[in-house]
Design a protein around this ligand. Structure first.
Ligand code: ARG
Length: 460
């Protein structure tokens, strides 16, 4: 086959050059977008009188036949095609003859590959948003279910303060909410059509870029042709969004892995989300949580790859840019799969409140509440903090809990303190009283859930 660009060449490409040069093996994923872009382009060319209506109709019919051929498996691509753009165009010319040669008027593969990339990514972003909405829905349902279930809040992986499980779920809800909003922002910012930017500088042909932008569902044509063909910010933004969201999933996956240990046993991950060991018959491993954690690193790698590709590229198009696709596709697939896996695992995980409860009276979880309680009774907080610190020491020495301290012992710490002054320091009383805005009290968490639900309904 002679190359579509072969006019000025007298010799063939070396065989290994063909393979090194080709992107067809990965960019054929975008065949639908390439065909949609071509149909919009030729529709506009006909409206502008650059090709006739009849020519446009024949080109469109040919492109649809190629689409059907690809879908049925009748048309397959190989290294000679180089990339999806030439793969389709050369099939078109072979199918409908010389008219097919008019399709590439007033465009270049430089803008074409960007039309494909943006259309493809917009579609995938919508798919990912759906997965995130689904995950948020599960998180909200779990938060409702466990709004009154007390558990341990950690800092430094040490017992810190009692909270509710619903409260923890709503913390993750906020992270995924920001993931959604970031993705929506990315979608907004990338919604400009590069088609008609041509190689780098626009064209002398009387095209209408606003029309192709409209036909392809973009907000407007990209403002500057040189930027349009050399911009990969949208992919980088997406990869950053993916990295941050994978980091959120990875953090929760890490919690799942340790909540699931026999030492903690706060949760039992469903059998359907675990695997066994080939040697140790008793094993049930939280592989899905670990894989989500592991795949986060892979998505970071995708982001670093493209950032590094872009950093030394002068304006305008450089072939380096062809390296923008595989990492992007990898991040899309990895993120989608991880969201699905994580949502399924979360939905089916059993939270073992009995096991959690056993830990609630360890680690003086209510120490801060007692200090606040004293402060409310007029003892300056710094003093209250120190008093409770001494109480902790006393309890540790006597192997007991705050509630076991006698009046005598309390007064040895500070004469102002009595058992009566301690009041109700049970875990429920402490948690229920922490009702400041954003706090962990069940009523406050229910407010957060309701705000979250309203927001989710408004965006999905
Ligand atoms: N396959 C190429 C890519 O993905 C298409 C653009 C080629 N343009 C060029 N001037 N060689 O970047």
């Amino acid at each position: 086959m002679t190359n579509l660009w072969g006019g000025r060449f007298s010799g063939d490409m070396d065989e290994i050059v063909k393979y090194y040069n080709a992107s067809i093996f990965f960019d054929q994923k975008m065949y639908n977008e390439d065909i949609d872009g071509s149909i919009a382009h030729v529709t506009m060319l006909a409206e502008q009188g650059i090709v006739t209506k009849d020519e446009a109709d024949r080109i469109i019919a040919g492109l649809e036949a190629i689409r059907a051929g690809i879908e049925s498996g009748e048309i397959t691509f190989n290294v000679e095609d180089e990339d999806i753009h030439m793969g389709i165009e050369s099939r078109l010319i072979a199918m409908i003859g010389d008219t097919g040669k008019k399709l590439h008027t007033a465009r270049s593969r430089n803008d074409q590959c960007q039309v494909d990339g943006r259309l493809f990514l917009k579609k995938e972003i919508r798919n990912i948003l759906e997965l995130l909405y689904g995950l948020e829905n599960i998180v909200l349902a779990k938060a409702e279910q466990y709004a009154d279930s007390y558990t341990i809040g950690f800092t430094h992986m040490q017992h810190a303060q009692p909270v509710t499980l619903g409260f923890i779920f709503m913390a993750y809800f906020q992270m995924f909410r920001r993931d959604i909003e970031r993705l929506q922002d990315t979608l907004e910012r990338m919604d400009y059509c590069p088609l008609g930017a041509c190689a780098l500088a626009g064209t002398t042909m009387p095209i209408n870029r606003h029309r192709t932008a409209e036909l392809l569902g973009f907000r407007a044509p990209a403002e500057n042709a040189m930027d349009a063909v050399s911009d990969r910010d949208y992919s980088l933004e997406f990869l950053s969004d993916a990295s941050i969201s994978m980091m959120h999933l990875s953090r929760w996956a890490e919690e799942f892995a340790w909540w699931n240990t026999s030492e903690f046993a706060y949760i039992a991950i469903d059998d359907s989300y675990c695997t066994g060991s080939s040697i140790m018959p008793q094993k049930k491993n939280p592989d899905m949580a670990e894989l989500v954690r592991g795949k986060c690193g892979r998505v970071y790698g995708d982001l670093m790859q493209l950032l590094t590709v872009m950093k030394g590229t002068p304006l305008a198009y450089n072939k380096d840019f062809q390296e923008d696709k595989e990492s992007l596709f990898d991040a899309i697939e990895t993120w989608k799969a991880s969201l699905q896996i994580f949502a399924g695992m979360l939905e089916k995980t059993e939270f073992r409140l009995d096991m959690i409860e056993k830990q609630l009276n360890k680690g003086f979880l209510n120490a801060t509440d007692i200090a606040e309680h004293f402060a409310k009774q007029g003892i300056p907080f710094r003093e209250a903090h120190s008093i409770v610190g001494h109480m902790v020491r006393l309890c540790e020495e006597n192997h007991c809990d705050f509630a076991d301290l006698t009046d005598e012992q309390l007064q040895s710490v500070d004469p102002r303190i009595t058992k009566e002054l301690l009041g109700d320091i049970s875990i429920p009383a402490c948690v229920n009283a922490r009702n400041s805005f954003g706090g962990t009290a069940p009523d406050e968490v229910r407010r957060q859930i309701s705000v979250g639900r309203t927001w989710l309904d408004s965006v999905r």
